[in-house]
Write a protein that binds this ligand. Structure first.
Ligand code: XMP
Length: 326
């Protein structure tokens, strides 16, 4: 078993120069480990997998095969950004899998949160496995494991969902970020030329918008979540809250209520806004969003998002609420 302890003398990566040194060392280490063999990577577009991808593209170019699974539960514009950054700008060997219908069909009618999570995780492994089998000559699997993952949950990054590949698809792991903390990963990502919107992304759960579309997911309510989230993010960016608030998103429950629009009675969904600050996600406080901004966001969401007639702001800290609703 390889050593999974960060070397005591490893300096914290804080500057561009330190990041460049780390990148140069890792490029050599990856080349020495994989030679001219092919490496597979599940590229979600999150910070860790994106930084691994950029690093490995630098080291082995097209011998890195990136698989991006669009499960339909990503935020607005995310799958497009993965393609634009990795295929168009970095010239990566990127397999884009449109698995939206597959996931949504499997999730249809399933309301129980743990079952939804299990279905999403299991289907992800299945899609990834199918893509892995289509590729010839893969001998390595790259993972965006970072040091907190090792400290918290052993060697396999649980929420990357690739720990469950069958025995005949067990590849040797390539984990160039495994001794880095999150802030160091971001410095390395910047030095590799990734866009700020990828490097400084707020945390996003593996099951994605699936945990924010409460109850049984429908396409209609999923679009309510995606569109309202996009408006919230746009307004937070415009109003200097991006990068200041730790995590913010919208949630759509599975009930409707009565409202009135243009003199006509409506029966539509509410959208719940959540915006929290935390250090470690174990406890969280609610961001004090200026009331005028909340009103403006409410106005935009109720006017621009089809099927929504109310907006609510969740004032609950953790505890006793969790950050996500599910
Ligand atoms: P809760 O809801 O438990 O969330 O207060 C704490 C933090 O964890 C994130 N979260 C997840 N992250 N996979 C992840 O990678 C998941 O399945 C998952 N569920 C929750 C959540 O967004 C919050 O930042």
């Amino acid at each position: 078993m390889e050593n999974n302890k960060r070397p005591d003398d490893m300096a914290r990566i804080q500057t561009q120069e330190q990041a460049e040194r780390f990148i140069a060392e890792q490029v050599e280490a990856v080349k020495a480990q994989v030679g001219s063999k092919k490496v597979l990577l599940a590229l979600s577009g999150g910070v860790d997998s994106s930084v691994v991808a950029a690093l490995l593209i630098k080291a082995i170019g097209k011998n890195l095969v990136c698989v991006h699974v669009n499960h339909g539960l990503l935020r607005k514009g995310e799958p497009e950004q993965v393609v634009a950054v990795f295929r168009d700008q970095m010239n990566a060997n990127l397999v884009y899998v449109d698995a939206v219908d597959r996931f949504l069909d499997k999730l249809a009618g399933v309301a129980e949160p743990e079952r939804k999570r299990k279905i999403i995780g299991a289907e992800f492994i299945r899609v990834f496995e199918e893509e892995a089998r289509k590729q010839d000559g893969i001998e390595f699997l790259a993972q965006g494991t970072i040091y907190p993952d090792i400290l918290e949950s052993g060697p396999v990054k649980a929420h990357h969902n690739v720990g469950g590949l069958p025995d005949d698809l067990q590849f040797e792991l390539v984990e160039p970020l495994k001794f880095l903390y999150k802030d160091e990963v971001r410095v390395v990502g910047k030095a590799l030329g990734l866009p700020d919107s990828m490097v400084y992304r707020q945390p996003f759960p593996g099951p994605g918008l699936g945990v924010r579309c409460l109850g049984a997911i429908t396409r209609e309510r999923l679009e309510c979540v995606r569109e309202s989230d996009a408006i919230l993010r746009e307004e937070f960016a415009k109003n200097g809250l991006e990068g200041k608030v730790w995590q913010y998103f919208t949630v759509v429950p599975d009930f409707k209520s009565v409202g009135v629009k243009g003199g006509l009675r409506t029966f539509e969904y509410p959208v719940i806004i959540r915006a929290v600050n935390t250090k470690d996600a174990m406890t969280a406080t609610v961001e004090d969003i200026p009331f005028a901004l909340l009103q403006h966001i409410t106005d935009r969401i109720t006017k621009e998002v089809a099927g929504v007639n109310r907006v609510l702001y969740d004032l609950t800290p953790k505890p006793c609420g969790t950050i996500e609703w599910e």
